[in-house]
Design a protein around this ligand. Structure first.
Ligand SMILES: [Zn+2]
Length: 162
């Protein structure tokens, strides 16, 4: 379900109800771009049960993190994703949030990584190890990736190149 009014998304003039929801759910400009694209394709495909978490505009694609199964926004033979890409002017990668490692592997694909847990100063955090030679295949720069990962990570993390 698109959580904001279609008219508000299309015009960019948000009513008080939408403004409140944007604040509550911390929707960013990138989220709003994707939600607007969803409004535009809603008459062509059934995306009623799609629930968006957060979206991130990477260089090569829009990363769309969903709470609902990813397939709902990809559609049969990728039909929904194709319509979305046309609206957004960029490919889309839809990832449904599940456990940390699975979600991360879908975001970073094709780059592989290893995860370690580090205890330091009584604090526990996650360390993501990525091979130096894969760095150039990453789908976005490190700050952007960190922003996306932080949105669903339940614990602090760091990215280390080995
Ligand atoms: Zn509204």
């Amino acid at each position: 379900m698109i959580p904001l009014h279609a008219t508000c998304l299309l015009t960019g003039n948000f009513c008080d109800e939408c403004k409140k929801k944007i604040e509550e759910r911390k929707f960013t400009g990138e989220d709003l771009k994707v939600l607007k694209a969803m409004v535009k394709i809603a008459n062509k495909v059934d995306i009623n049960s799609v629930e968006i978490f957060h979206c991130f505009e990477f260089e090569k694609f829009f990363l769309i993190l969903t709470i609902s199964p990813a397939g709902l926004l990809i559609g049969r033979r990728g039909r929904t994703a194709t319509f979305l890409s046309k609206e957004l002017g960029k490919r889309v990668r839809v990832v449904s949030i599940s456990d940390f490692s699975t979600t991360l592997s879908e975001i970073l694909s094709p780059v592989q990584f290893k995860i370690g847990t580090v205890y330091e100063g009584g604090k526990k955090y996650i360390r993501i190890y990525i091979k130096k030679e894969s760095a150039q295949k990453l789908p976005a720069n490190i700050p952007k990736l960190k922003q996306a990962i932080s949105s669903f990570a339940k614990r602090e993390f760091e990215i280390v190149f080995i």
